[in-house]
Design a protein around this ligand. Sequence first.
Ligand SMILES: C[S@@+](CC[C@H](N)C(=O)[O-])C[C@H]1O[C@@H](n2cnc3c(N)ncnc32)[C@H](O)[C@@H]1O
Length: 312
Amino acid sequence: MARYALLISPRADAAYFAQSQEVARAELAAHMPTAEIESISHGDMHFLTLEAKAIQLTTLLRLSFVQGVFELTDGGLTPVNQTAEFALHPDFIWGEKYRGKTNETLTQLLINLCLAEHPLAQTLVDPMCGRATTLLWGMRYGLKTAGIEQDPQAMIDLQRGLKKWTKLHRTKHKLDQGWVHKNNKHGIGKSLDFSADGAFMRVVTGDTADVCTLLQNRKFDILATDIPYGIQHLGGKNTRSPLETLKAAAPAWLASLKAGGVAAIAFNSYLPKRDTLSEVFTDCGLEVLSTQVEHRMSESILRDVLLMRKSL
Ligand SMILES: C[S@@+](CC[C@H](N)C(=O)[O-])C[C@H]1O[C@@H](n2cnc3c(N)ncnc32)[C@H](O)[C@@H]1O
């Protein structure tokens, strides 16, 4: 065992704002539940410190808030000379900028919270995947990923982005378009497959409530998604709350998870409230886990994550 200091990245401050230290602590505690975590500061640099084994360094380096890991010795802080060993160039995640994109750091947090509960997970589904920030993050972790998105333009933009980044970084890859079932009306059933660096992603255009049929009843270890906040995205049927869409989709989301699988849903806790959202999924049989990472994004968005497990 050695004592390590994890430097909190400015990216985490940008994602979690005033609550960045609390969110960082919650993420670290989810992975190291028995560790004694302390906060220290050097000038404007803020660290979380803990005792850990060298074998746990990759996990620490992969935490969403971490800019660098240092070993604490009598002489001070020694940077750990190790990388997080992610697949794909970071530009695949951070390169694209578009309205409604989920914050990249928050997306990584969602996956990390799930992996803390399910370290052996190999597959991930995002049933409201937009332009695939979560799926690409999943690929960086080496997961096989799949997603559903109702907006046909998202697939067009995603494909353009993938072509750009694979060309720029000379990434050996496969990119194929197809149909899971033919229904040309609004492009429903259109699919895009992307594989690179040993990881895989499939995106299908369609309604989230049809996730099982659109993904041919495949089951996943992790469901991670960022639902519409009722600000940039309407919640379906032209209401501002995503609740009706989620009620209709919840049984299919549950069915798309394997027994023992874990779900992380990012949401604006003003709409719907945590209890109301929890009820939608507990009614279907998911168990809500205790982790909470509430943080303010703006005056109208207080973001939180609902973490749940499907029983074995
Ligand atoms: C917060 S955004 C997710 C953004 C995504 N994580 C990204 O970074 O690109 C929510 C997404 O849910 C999609 N959505 C809303 N209702 C849906 C439905 N019924 N079926 C499928 N997708 C839906 C929206 O079109 C939007 O792209």
